[in-house]
Design a protein around this ligand. Structure first.
Ligand code: NAD
Length: 484
């Protein structure tokens, strides 16, 4: 193990960020550079965890878990409140680091927004109650239902909203009496490593441990017998691998996976009124959001005017380095994502679709792909059927609402969807027929810490947030007293 937790040194350019294991900073000889996706500049170095170091992190978590499982509800609530407070205190430092490694703008729906959400989610968990339920209390005995901690929670996170998703995993696990080992994405590890360093200033050592590395480290976690639950946010393909490799000790699983959210506009909408909501529902975080609007269905009578309104917005939105003043959209986060978006748009062109704006990567440094609106595209084209997770939106024309509903439900994912109409009851009637974990009406992608969130079909298993998300970090334990 290396030196103990250090003071705020994260502003020093290109420093090595340590993993925190049992409250101690741990650097490794092998390290991996993390670069700003807007410029290619070096942001810092991530350590690379090996099997022995993962074992040490899991052992530290299991040791801390024993005492933590005996703490009162109040102590666990206080811990969440402390996490919330330390995030707020260091929000500007963390936001800058997040922008530098992830690419999103500092302002608007960018890093400061993400840090605000992280603090709010931790704070929300500090308010949650899990009272004992008395199922029976009478002459024939008394039965109590308790919620006990699952044990050590292994958290594996993606690169799109890394700090917010880390807190979505950590806060309810801690509130429920568990310890955590978290592994961030190798694309954006630094803000999470720093977050865990800060959390270790206010929580008992060993309760929240960080490890860093690629999918191999995630795979070791999902098959590790010292981990009782995996909470994973990422792609459906990886979720399926985790499900297979976690069978050894029957791990509990929460899987928040990919989506391909349909947005269906009904024929009584006013395009000018809804365009902004549709646009940001699709392009928040440069489209790299699990529950972003990824397929837009527009009726014949509104098709041309809806396209025109969206083009107006697309061409006015400033896309630049997230550190620059006035940036509203940043680059895609990595070369792989740029290649996916480029290839889906090229395929759309080859299928005869019409590019209304954008359509090719921007010249110069960084993974910038302009907002790209693709019209006259048909179901079956890859841009419609596959998750683009980036700045390209297919706009599909429909004549009969039955076609749009059938196509929205055709794919094997079901994270979220939206229906747009001034007539809420008409919208609700369509929403009732859409297969998704959340159906928004006249908005898309809004999240709330008190509202359960999760996907159906290939979009996941279980929910996060709300009391149900907290309970997913517990087992049910029954005390069954015989009659006197
Ligand atoms: P990814 O699945 O490639 O990686 C996610 C994490 O899993 C990373 O930390 C990665 O290192 C790790 N990993 C890779 N292989 C692994 C393995 N075999 N075992 C265990 N862990 C492994 O996903 P990504 O590219 O980082 O994120 C994009 C995807 O995540 C998109 O599909 C998106 O829709 C989805 N996502 C979903 C939600 C949600 O809440 N549903 C939120 C954000 C992102």
């Amino acid at each position: 193990m290396g030196s103990s937790v250090t003071e705020d040194t994260s502003r020093v350019t290109a420093r090595s960020f340590p993993m925190i294991i049992d409250g101690q900073a741990h650097l490794t000889e092998a390290k991996s550079p993390v670069r700003n996706p807007a410029t290619g500049d070096l942001v810092g170095y991530s350590p690379i965890c090996d099997a022995a170091t993962l074992d040490a992190a899991v052992a530290a978590a299991n040791a801390a878990q024993i005492a933590w499982a005996l703490t009162s509800d109040q102590e666990r609530k206080d811990a969440c409140a402390k996490i919330s407070a330390i995030i707020s205190e260091h929000a500007s430092e963390l936001a800058e680091l997040l922008t530098r490694e992830q690419g999103k703008p500092m302002k608007g729906l960018g890093s400061e927004f993400e840090l605000g959400g992280a603090s709010a989610w931790a704070g929300y968990n500090s308010t949650l109650e899990m009272p004992v339920k008395v199922l029976k209390d009478g002459v024939d005995g008394r039965i109590e239902q308790h919620r006990t901690p699952v044990g050590v929670v292994g958290s594996i996170t993606p690169w799109n909203w890394p700090v917010l998703i880390a807190i979505w995993h950590i806060a309810p696990a801690i509130r429920a009496g568990n310890a955590v080992v978290i592994k961030p994405s190798p694309y954006t590890p630094l803000s999470t490593l720093r977050l865990v360093e800060l959390i270790n200033e206010v929580l008992p050592k060993g309760l929240v441990n960080s490890v860093a590395g690629d999918g191999d480290v995630g795979a070791m976690m999902s098959s590790h017998d010292g981990i009782s639950k995996i909470v994973f946010t990422g792609s459906t393909a990886t979720g399926k691998k985790i499900m297979k490799s976690s069978a050894g000790n029957l791990k509990r699983l929460t899987l928040e996976l990919g989506g391909n959210d349909a947005g269906i506009i009904l024929d009584d909408c006013d395009p000018a009124t809804i365009a902004e909501g549709v646009f940001w529902g699709a392009f928040i975080n440069s489209g790299q959001t699990c529950a972003a609007l990824k397929r837009l269905y527009v009726p014949d009578n509104l098709y041309d005017s809806m396209c025109a309104e969206l083009v107006k917005l697309a061409e006015g939105v400033p896309m630049k380095n997230g550190l620059d003043e006035g940036s509203a959209l940043g680059p895609l986060q990595n070369q792989m994502q740029l290649d996916i978006v480029s290839s889906l748009v090229e395929d759309a062109k080859a299928c005869g679709a019409r590019i209304l704006t954008g359509g090719a990567p921007l010249q110069g440094p960084g993974y910038f792909y302009p907002v790209t609106l693709v019209a006259d595209i048909k179901p079956g084209a890859r841009l419609v059927d596959e998750e683009q997770f980036g700045t390209a939106l297919p706009i599909i024309r429909y004549t009969d609402i039955e076609e749009a509903i059938a196509d929205a439900n055709r794919l094997d994912v079901g994270l979220a969807a939206s229906v747009w109409s001034p007539d809420k009851e008409r919208a609700r009637a369509v929403a009732e027929r859409i297969e998704a974990g959340t159906v928004y009406i006249n908005q898309h992608g809004v999240l709330d810490p008190s509202v359960p969130f999760g996907g159906i079909k290939g979009s996941g298993i279980g929910v996060e947030f709300g009391i149900e998300g907290l309970q997913a970090n517990t087992d049910i334990k029954i005390y069954n007293f015989a009659a006197d």
